[in-house]
Ligand binder design. Structure first.
Ligand code: HSE
Length: 313
């Protein structure tokens, strides 16, 4: 069994327009890296966090990655196993790119590897969901499921948990722009209404069914027609400066669809070629170049593999 492992886990786009809390997909970049090793301290400790250092607690009981490792060890009856790790945060917090999910997924894949992989990646999911509860108050799975399993993942039901991994159609390429403002998931969930109009619900469930069918049958036209959100986007987009301009520029550049990534402020678009995805990136960056808002931009095919064990010794 390995004594030390290094694991990468990817950023994710949750909701995917019409699938609030029930659909997400993984990217190739950005993502988090963790270096985890066993020791004989009998405790879990976080040695260092780089990237968004200072913003995240080193106390393992208050840190998503720490909590999921402690819960995992308890579950497999190894609470006395000493563990230490360094977390390299390679994406901003509060970006809508599943930052807490990537940390939890990296930590769970690393600890599972160190313990000889007693659990499958799907069995790690409930632990990662508890990490999300700590991070934002809701144990939603639409970031952690693709962060752990790769590809698209549909959460058909939360109780009981029933998930459907969906292999990404190979031509799909995501463009994600992250305007450098911070929106906390907790806050952007708190502004949502708790009831929806029946006519909006009908539109939304038609679209989510169409999107899943389009992904499964690789029907890009159906994916394009279905990438619409009439319930969440109209409310949350008010928190994102230049959202309408950014979305318009992406669609004009040829994207199949464009919406908010997770709880924002990042905005994603899906295209049916790398070339179009690059054009979309150019069009979106031109919008923010005319403003004082800084940004990060990513162009990435959908990541079908999920976390990668980069090294072990
Ligand atoms: N489904 C969650 C939300 C994802 O939209 O609040 C958070 O990244």
């Amino acid at each position: 069994m390995a004594e030390e492992v290094k694991v990468f886990a990817p950023a994710t786009v949750a909701n995917v327009a019409c699938g609030f809390d029930v659909l997400g997909f993984a990217l190739h970049e950005p993502g988090d890296e963790i270096i985890m090793r066993k020791n004989d301290s009998g405790e879990v400790s976080i040695l260092e966090i780089t990237g968004d250092e200072g913003k995240l607690p080193l106390n393992p009981l208050k840190n998503t990655a720490g909590v999921v490792v402690i819960d995992y060890l308890k579950h497999i009856g190894k609470s006395n196993q000493g563990i230490e790790f360094i977390l390299h945060k390679k994406m901003p917090l509060g970006s809508g790119l599943g930052s807490s999910a990537a940390s939890a997924a990296a930590a769970l894949v690393a600890i599972n590897e160190l313990m000889g992989n007693p659990l499958s990646r799907a069995e790690l999911l409930p632990f990662a969901m508890e990490g999300e509860r700590l991070a934002c108050g809701a144990a939603h799975a639409d970031n952690v499921a693709p962060a752990l399993l790769g590809g698209f993942v549909l959460i058909r039901s939360y109780s009981p948990l029933d998930i459907l991994p969906i292999a990404p159609p190979e031509k799909l390429v995501a463009t994600v722009i992250h305007p450098q403002i911070e929106i906390r998931t907790k806050d952007s969930r708190s502004i949502l209404r708790h009831s929806v109009l029946l006519k909006d619900a009908v539109t939304q469930w038609g679209n989510i069914a169409g999107l899943v069918a389009g992904l499964l049958t690789k029907d890009y036209g159906l994916i394009q027609r279905s990438l619409k959100d009439v319930i969440i986007e109209p409310i949350r987009s008010l928190l994102i400066p230049y959202f309408d301009e950014l979305k318009k520029s992406a669609l004009e550049a040829g994207a199949l669809g464009c919406s908010i990534s997770g709880s924002g402020p990042s905005i994603f678009a899906l295209s049916d070629s790398q070339e179009t995805a690059q054009k979309v990136a150019k069009a979106m960056t031109q919008v923010l170049e005319r403003t004082t808002i800084g940004y990060d931009i990513y162009v990435s095919p959908v990541n079908a593999e999920g976390p990668i064990v980069l090294s072990k010794k």
